[in-house]
Design a binder for this molecule. Structure first.
Ligand code: 5GP
Length: 197
């Protein structure tokens, strides 16, 4: 059986990765890898849908048991990608999307170099700030941390396979969908099993 493809999306906080991912999942049938985090849930977030919200102790237990594909501390909280859910899906031919930070993407690349790495850039820093403020989820302190990290994060765009600018959502979604299509058209020997010769 043909394996699924792993798509990894990163970019600064507020750039719109979540919105892009949701659209891509709807339009491609790809599955989202729900991460575990020690961050508190936002008002509109659901346990098991956006994240598995856990305590520090619960997170550490999964880490100690080797249950994460990767994990990292981001903006003062811990986040990890559950290994089982991701690898099992890829094994049975399902594409998986990870929305993870740069450290996470670097670690996934070492373990899974066949992954497709996509970086999302904001049209400007001012717009990035507006989006985080409009989301209303941050305190003054956490807003400062997230914005402070953004410029350094942008420098890592060059380590990714693809970079897209999320100025217009429809254009950004179309771009990620094109990447998904193109990656499925890469040559593989299995193509000969699909044609009548
Ligand atoms: P937020 O708190 O805004 O939901 O996410 C903060 C950052 O953590 C984002 O850059 C997001 O991509 C990243 N993140 C979410 N889940 C994971 C994960 O499982 N591993 C890593 N390394 N980063 C994650």
């Amino acid at each position: 059986m043909e394996k699924g493809k792993l798509f990894v999306i990163s970019g600064p906080s507020g750039v719109g990765k979540g919105t892009i991912c949701n659209r891509i999942l709807e339009e491609t049938g790809m599955k989202f890898s729900v991460s575990m985090t020690t961050r508190k849930p936002r008002e509109n977030e659901e346990h098991g849908v956006n994240y598995f919200f856990v305590t520090d102790e619960e997170f550490q237990k999964v880490a100690d048991e080797g249950g994460f594909l990767e994990y990292a501390e981001v903006y003062g909280n811990r986040y990890g990608t559950p290994i089982a859910q991701t690898l099992e899906r890829l094994e049975v031919g399902i594409d998986v999307m990870l929305d993870i930070d740069i450290q996470g993407a670097q670690n996934v690349k070492k373990i899974y170099p066949d992954g497709v790495f996509i970086f999302v850039l904001p049209p400007s820093l001012e717009e990035l700030k507006n989006r985080i403020v409009t989301r209303g989820s941050e305190t003054e302190e956490t807003l400062k941390i997230r914005l402070g990290a953004a410029i350094a994060e942008l420098q890592h765009a060059r380590e990714y396979d693809y970079c897209i600018i999320n100025g217009d959502l429809e254009e950004a979604v179309a771009a990620v969908k094109s990447i998904w299509c193109a990656e499925h058209l890469r040559f593989s020997e299995e193509i000969f099993n699909k044609i009548d010769i």
